[in-house]
Design a binder for this molecule. Structure first.
Ligand SMILES: Nc1ncnc2c1ncn2[C@@H]1O[C@H](COP(=O)(O)OP(=O)(O)OP(=O)(O)O)[C@@H](O)[C@H]1O
Length: 251
């Protein structure tokens, strides 16, 4: 499978704290990759390096390379806005804007210069269909996004991310604030979306990683312990620390 993202010798420091230690890995195209590991091992930090969200945190220093389709996203030639259009993100807490459902989804395309109503209408519908929310909201698009349930809000945030037609979708514990039924809906959605998008998800839930992802990476103390296709990692882990973690002996 073609790699879309290649990480090489990546180190990240929060001031003096060495949070990511010499990370190298490939993230294959149109695959769900899950990052697992105990709290504080660096999963979210690594996820945030993929669309340079860490740039906003004072005192962060990054060394090494992250190549997206062969281009180093930390090079001076890369515009961060363009990068974030290609690499969208969904967070733990649904965070829709206090605007209508329609305007939430249309926000990104408008920002990137789409002004024609017909084109916006089409993008909004297509994104909501892809996020498995269209049927529930198609008659109330003018209603405030804040009137939706938590699970619907999270699917709206996914639709908002998809509306700018990204290549990569980063999901940082995107279901951990949701009830089991909404979680299941998002898991089903992720399984659908991976045919079109490269998805990287941080999850605390190993069952979720096993259910949804094609590749799993296990982290400990800022290092990659093991990366493999999900079935192999869960059935025949190579490292005893991976085995201890997935069998619930720590973390
Ligand atoms: N903004 C920050 N400033 C300073 N240190 C940070 C910051 N964010 C994370 N860290 C530190 O970096 C390390 C990795 O944190 P990170 O949030 O990436 O881990 P994680 O594996 O995602 O944890 P969790 O599963 O609890 O979300 C931790 O030691 C954490 O305290």
């Amino acid at each position: 499978m073609k790699e879309l993202i290649h990480i090489e010798g990546l180190n990240l420091y929060y001031d003096t704290h060495h949070a990511l230690k010499n990370i190298s890995m490939d993230l294959p195209e149109r695959t769900v990759t899950a990052f697992i590991g105990p709290s504080g091992c660096g999963k979210s930090t690594l996820l945030r390096t993929l669309n340079r969200m860490n740039d906003m945190i004072p005192g962060v220093r990054v060394e090494g390379q992250v190549l997206l389709d062969g281009s180093d996203i930390y090079s001076n030639e890369i515009e961060v806005e363009t990068l974030r259009k290609r690499v969208g993100m969904v967070f733990q807490q649904p965070n829709p804007f206090p605007k209508s459902i329609y305007d939430n989804v249309a926000y990104g395309p408008r920002l990137h210069g789409v002004t024609q109503k017909a084109e916006l209408d089409q993008l909004v519908e297509q994104s909501l269909v892809h996020a498995a929310l269209w049927d529930e909201v198609k008659d109330v698009l003018k209603k405030s996004a804040l009137s939706l349930s938590g699970g619907q809000q999270q699917r709206l945030c996914i639709a908002r991310a998809l509306a700018v037609q990204p290549d990569v979708l980063l999901m940082d514990e995107a279901t951990s604030a949701l009830d089991p039924i909404s979680t299941l809906k998002i898991e089903e959605l992720v399984k659908e979306l991976h045919n079109k998008y490269t998805i990287v998800m941080v999850t605390h839930n190993m069952h979720q990683a096993a259910r949804v992802s094609g590749k799993t990476v296990f982290f400990l103390n800022g290092e990659v312990v093991e990366a493999a296709d999900t079935e192999t990692l869960f059935s025949t882990p190579q490292d005893s620390r991976t085995e201890d973690y997935i069998s619930g002996r720590f973390g």
